[in-house]
Design a protein around this ligand. Structure first.
Ligand SMILES: *Cc1c(COP(=O)(O)O)cnc(C)c1O
Length: 384
């Protein structure tokens, strides 16, 4: 699904040298590399504060802790996403409220958010799924109307931009009150281990969060709040520093691959290629443009209609092609997150998508020959 080796070869010299430098400096924790990476990412995202931490799941949890959410507070998020999002809500004894998504963007449905709001609702967590920004025009206005926090889960969207209807453009992760991301190796900006970060433009919240990541300490050995231990180490930070200047070209390479996939699948009955919807750039939903940067294709996800999706997965695997089903089970049907208040009729889209989606290999090193082989193998199966 990803080619981490191929990407490493391109930056090997720089990465090897900077990793060795860190080892020789022995500044493994909170060293200057972490600080420099933080500053560089703040500049890239145009966000006031980046607080590095240990992984993307911690980042979400710490963001919610920083906002002071209390047990029983309701947090609305998408039913169709990776479990980390709902997991931390539950761990903090907040009440997860899962809602349906939009069929063409795979992202949380603003109408479903509106319907789920109660007097206990405190926050919305949009996930920019597969690399496309959720409908932040609607989500920010719902939040304003109901006085809710917006926590962007930007683990899959880093580097993408959102153009608001009024023409204003912002990088994902710089839009909500606070945001989280993951530097897991396969993410668009991945390190060589675990890593994550929290972003915010709010000075007070940033201060609170800086203490939370460090055992609730604002002054050495004074523990003012219950915190956690969550750090990005210097070796990961130096690798991320080597990769950050390439993030835009990495995302361009992903878009170029997505375009080739789209071209190959155009007109194939029963295959629906990913739609680019999360933006107001004005281009058509089948156009993948680099200028507006609205989709960074963390995943290239097809919907297959009237086709045995699981047989297609097997066919691809039999031909040596990796593929993924993200995600095969709606979160509201997962044992850990079942809740009597949920009604199947409210999840028609997620229930449909879990049967239709299939993600093809997507990374920065895909070449034409690989894409030809993959698309031909898919089309052979579909037409048989
Ligand atoms: C990867 C991911 C996470 C978790 O990140 P980790 O670094 O693996 O903890 C959270 N949310 C989404 C949407 C993700 O894709």
């Amino acid at each position: 699904m990803v080619d981490l080796k191929g990407q490493y070869e391109q930056i090997k010299e720089q990465v090897d040298k900077s990793v060795l430098d860190v080892i020789q400096s022995t500044a493994f924790i909170n060293g200057p590399e972490v600080h420099s990476f933080q500053k560089e990412l703040e500049e890239y995202l145009d966000v006031k504060h980046v607080i590095p931490c240990a992984n993307g799941t911690d980042a979400l949890q710490i963001a919610m802790m920083g906002l002071g959410l209390q047990p029983g507070d309701e947090v609305i998020t998408a039913d169709f996403t990776f479990a980390a999002t709902v997991e931390v809500i539950a761990l903090l004894q907040l009440t997860p409220v899962l809602v349906d998504v939009e069929v063409d963007s795979f992202n949380i449905d603003p109408e479903a958010i509106r319907k789920a709001i109660t007097p206990k609702t405190k926050a919305i967590v949009p996930v920019h799924l597969f690399g496309q920004c959720a409908n932040m025009d609607e989500i920010m206005s719902i939040a304003k109307e109901h006085d809710l926090y917006v926590i962007e889960d930007n683990a899959q969207g880093i580097g993408s931009s959102y153009q608001f209807a009024n023409g204003k453009t912002q990088k994902t992760g710089a839009i909500g009150h606070v945001a989280s991301t993951s530097f897991f190796p396969s993410k668009n900006l991945g390190c060589y281990g675990d890593g994550g970060a929290i972003f915010t433009n709010d000075d007070d919240l940033a201060h609170t969060i800086r203490g939370i990541v460090n055992h609730g300490m604002y002054k050495r050995y004074h523990h003012d709040v219950v915190g956690v231990n969550s750090r990005l180490d210097s070796i990961q930070a130096t690798i991320l520093r080597a990769k950050l200047p390439n993030l835009d070209s990495y995302n361009n390479a992903r878009r170029a691959a997505a375009r080739k996939y789209n071209d190959a699948f155009a007109g194939i009955k029963n295959i629906i290629t990913p739609k680019v919807k999360g933006n107001n750039c004005g281009s058509d939903e089948n156009t993948i443009c680099d200028t507006c940067n609205c989709h960074v294709f963390h995943q290239y996800t097809l919907r297959v209609i009237d086709i045995d999706r699981d047989a297609l997965v097997k066919h691809l695997n039999d031909n040596g092609i990796p593929c993924g089903v993200y995600y095969p089970i709606p979160l509201h049907n997962q044992k850990a997150y079942k809740d009597d208040r949920y009604n199947e009729a409210d999840f028609t889209i997620t229930n449909q998508l879990v049967k239709e989606v299939i993600s093809l290999p997507m990374h920065t090193e895909l070449d034409d020959e690989q894409i030809d082989f993959i698309t031909k193998t898919v089309i052979d199966f579909v037409n048989q």
